[in-house]
Design a protein around this ligand. Structure first.
Ligand code: ZN
Length: 172
């Protein structure tokens, strides 16, 4: 089932999602719904906060729905190491329609997470997948991509969003 996506302005996006203690039917259904919702929105990643849930789960699909084997479900993910040269990449977010900003993040990360079977997985990532994982794990910590920019760039984005809200182009 495609779920409504929570837009910036809803407090759930700035809350920390809670560790999942048991991978039960509720979590499996949530994962399936999140994958469907991500694909319906042409996204490559989605965190539970973005569908109004505070379970610590995110889904990632760098193929944007083209390759079923590319889908990754992350339960209780943690970045246990990060490094490499910081890189600037233009990012979007399903909770920020039509907003794209340049965000600087480390290139290399190591992530520990559970999969849907409860098996512990380790991911050593660089490039696009590292970028998506960092963006989604941020969501689970209540951190948004605009929190990575400061000063005039941040002011301009927030002013633009205010204008979109005023014109009714930002449904929350
Ligand atoms: Zn996002």
């Amino acid at each position: 089932m495609v779920l409504p996506i929570v837009k910036y302005g809803d407090p759930v996006l700035q809350m920390r999602a809670e560790e999942i203690k048991e991978i039960d039917d509720e979590i499996r259904t949530l994962a399936a719904d999140m994958i469907e919702t991500m694909h319906a929105g042409d996204g490559i990643g989605l965190a539970a906060n973005q569908v109004g849930s505070l379970h610590r789960i995110a889904v990632v699909d760098p193929s944007a729905g083209k390759d079923p084997d590319a889908i990754i479900v992350l339960i209780n993910p943690d970045i246990i190491e990060s490094g490499g040269d910081p890189v600037e990449v233009n990012e979007g977010c399903l909770s920020f329609p039509d907003v794209h900003i340049d965000v600087v993040r480390p290139d290399a990360i190591t992530v520990r997470a559970l999969d849907l079977n409860g098996d512990e997985m380790h991911y050593e990532l660089t490039g696009m997948l590292s970028r998506i994982f960092q963006h989604e794990i941020d969501h689970l910590n209540g951190v948004l991509f605009i929190d990575h920019i400061r000063g005039l760039a941040r002011h301009m984005v927030l002013t633009r969003i205010k204008g979109m809200k005023r014109r009714g182009e930002w449904d929350i």
